[in-house]
Design a protein around this ligand. Structure first.
Ligand code: ADP
Ligand code: MG
Ligand code: MG
Length: 296
């Protein structure tokens, strides 16, 4: 019985972010993937210009109605990433509840895409929607540091702060939270990932917590979080009771792709201002590096 993912993410015609990262990755890991586009753009929004459309809640409802009429309803996973409109975000809560009606065992992997490095790239009201409506429906939540801070209203300056934020998010219901990257003043030249999973115990809640220190490549890549979310879904599905190995495998695949990409770019392109040509050269080398996805 092959697991089947309903993936609601951005689509770009050219390049590798959002669904363009996640669909291929999950297919290579042996999942059936049914993609819904949250937006359809020519290229990612870090380029000097982009063109395309943003989809709303009605668009998603129509697609879901079509699936329901044809009884195409056997989803094991829901995966959501960048959502371009408030109406679509609100509809996702309904869709998630519907999928749980269809399959009470549904796993919802939620990347609460709000922004990065202090910059919000969605309307501010989405923060509240995630906090109040979406996070409580998620099984596995994969924010970056900025997103974890926005949702929990906690400032994260240390691993201890990060784990406190994880716990606060887990109290909202997700059984597993991964803060995909933190920048710590105490650890220059690195990216720190934190993960926490709930362990059921007789005497109240208990958590298994792991942290991973990753060498920082001195450049900004777009789509890394999207790729990691897909890899985490895949690896945590295969190893539901081995958080550290699942995380190591997911990060190892991602780092191999990033190192390939950085090497192919060279120092000059990694440091250059973001013209269209430079953005294009910095697209993740997912096809060239696809064996890293299956063999971390
Ligand atoms: P997002 O793209 O959503 O902000 P992150 O920045 O947390 O997501 O990136 C996800 C993962 O990508 C990190 O856990 C890390 O493994 C990897 N990564 C991202 N940027 C870098 C970098 N400059 N150097 C090394 N690894 C990186
Ligand atoms: Mg980031
Ligand atoms: Mg992200």
């Amino acid at each position: 019985n092959i697991p089947r993912v309903l993936s609601i993410q951005s689509h770009v015609v050219h390049g590798y972010v959002g669904g363009k990262c996640a669909v291929f990755t999950l297919q290579r890991l042996g999942f059936e993937v049914d993609p819904v586009y949250s937006v359809q753009f020519s290229n990612h929004t870090g380029y000097p210009t982009f063109k395309g459309s943003v989809f709303d809640g009605k668009h998603l409802q129509d697609l879901l109605d079509g699936l329901e009429v044809n009884e195409l309803t056997n989803y094991s996973h829901l995966l959501t990433g960048y959502i371009g409109s408030v109406s679509l975000l609100n509809k996702i809560a309904e869709v998630c509840r519907k999928l749980k009606e269809w399959n009470s065992e549904l796993t919802y992997v939620c990347d609460p895409v709000l922004g990065d490095e202090g910059r919000l790239y969605v309307p501010l009201e989405m923060v509240e929607s995630y906090r109040n409506t979406i996070v409580p429906l998620a099984s596995i939540l994969v924010p970056n540091q900025f997103e974890a801070e926005l949702i929990t209203e906690l400032k994260i300056n240390s691993p201890a702060d990060g784990f406190k934020a994880c716990t606060k998010l887990q109290e909202m219901d997700p059984h597993t939270v991964v803060i995909t990257s933190m920048t710590l003043a105490s650890e220059p030249g690195t990216v720190t990932l934190l993960a926490s999973t709930s362990i059921s115990q007789d005497r109240g809640p208990s958590y298994q917590q792991v942290s991973l220190t990753i060498p920082r490549i001195n450049a900004y890549f777009t789509g890394t979080g999207d790729l990691l979310a897909a890899l985490l879904l895949g690896r945590l599905h295969k190893r539901p009771n081995d958080l550290s190995t699942a995380i190591e495998e997911a990060v190892a695949s991602l780092q191999s792709i990033l190192l390939d990409t950085a090497e192919a770019c060279g120092e000059e392109v990694l440091m250059a201002p973001r013209s269209a040509d430079v953005c294009n050269k910095r697209e993740l080398r997912l096809i060239q590096g696809q064996e890293h996805l299956v063999d971390p």
